[in-house]
Design a protein around this ligand. Structure first.
Ligand SMILES: [Zn+2]
Length: 279
């Protein structure tokens, strides 16, 4: 039975990934007044509506049929090219779909327990928050932005999530966790007048700290995000893909670290305690 749920959640993840690809692109274009830079032919703003817009090829602007939009399968069968104009379709599309499918399956596999309604609601809320975070990851990776409206919406979901689990949460630890999550970034943001770290990262840090709700996990989040970020940056610099002066978005490292810490943080802490690394 469990494998049925895993496959089901995997398919949902694929479809949500496909939605995230379309959503982020339309949300980004929504705020741009002059679309001539993006499209050769004039485009009707209605076609870019997040709710009712039809998907189209960004190059030839041909409207896509349902069989062009099957997650993963369409891209693979078309060998990453538009059916109509044969221009390349970004590898982002299948990657985001695979990533959200994989994250969904891993969350279901490692989520502590889903045995009553409250726990099920809790899991649904967290998976919705995680999907929101994946869209933020795409925004930051592609355009170096973390839209505040999306972060505030996830805070709103987060309040429900924390309320559902309030019996298991130490309030002092929750407050500390939130402060640790965004506080250091806030300080760096103010100190560097926004040059080292953007305001979006500060808001994201507060959000993630709040949802973790545990100050040890919040410390682990900051440590892990900085570690992965540094290793990745050093790797890119040594491969000469970027120069030392380039800026690299930090949001994706925070988001990936959040997922690792939320699912495996407590196990890591217990392991560390048993090995006397923490007194
Ligand atoms: Zn095309």
């Amino acid at each position: 039975m469990k494998s049925f749920y895993l496959i089901f959640v995997g398919f949902i993840g694929l479809s949500v990934g496909s939605f995230i690809n379309a959503f982020t692109w339309r949300y980004y274009l929504k705020n741009i007044t002059d679309l001539r830079h993006f499209f050769k032919k004039p485009v009707d703003k209605k076609d870019l509506s997040i709710v009712s817009g039809r998907s189209m090829c960004p190059n030839c602007q041909h409207k896509l049929a349902y069989f062009d939009l099957i997650p993963l399968l369409s891209w693979t069968l078309l060998k990453g090219k538009c059916r109509y104009c044969h221009s390349r379709i970004s590898i982002q599309y299948p990657l985001v779909e695979i990533f959200s499918a994989a994250v969904s399956v891993v969350y279901l596999l490692f989520w502590p327990s889903i045995s009553n309604t409250r726990q099920l609601m809790s899991f649904i809320l967290i998976i919705l928050i995680v999907y929101g975070l994946i869209s933020l990851l795409v925004f930051d990776f592609k355009w170096y932005i973390l839209p505040s409206n999306i972060i505030y919406f996830l805070f709103f979901l987060g309040i429900f999530y924390v309320t559902l689990n309030i019996s298991k949460i130490n309030i002092a630890s929750l407050i500390l966790s939130t402060i640790i999550g965004g506080g250091l970034f806030y300080f760096l943001h103010i100190f560097s007048s926004g040059k080292w770290i953007g305001g979006g990262d500060v808001r994201l840090g507060f959000l993630l700290g709040f949802i973790l709700g545990n100050f040890s996990l919040a410390i682990m989040l900051i440590f892990l995000a900085s570690l992965i970020g540094s290793v990745f940056s050093i790797l890119l610099i040594s491969l000469r893909r970027v120069s030392i002066k380039s800026s690299i978005p930090f949001g994706p490292f925070l988001i990936i670290s959040f997922m690792i810490v939320q699912l495996f943080g407590k196990t890591i802490l217990i392991w560390a305690k048993n090995h006397y690394l923490i007194v």
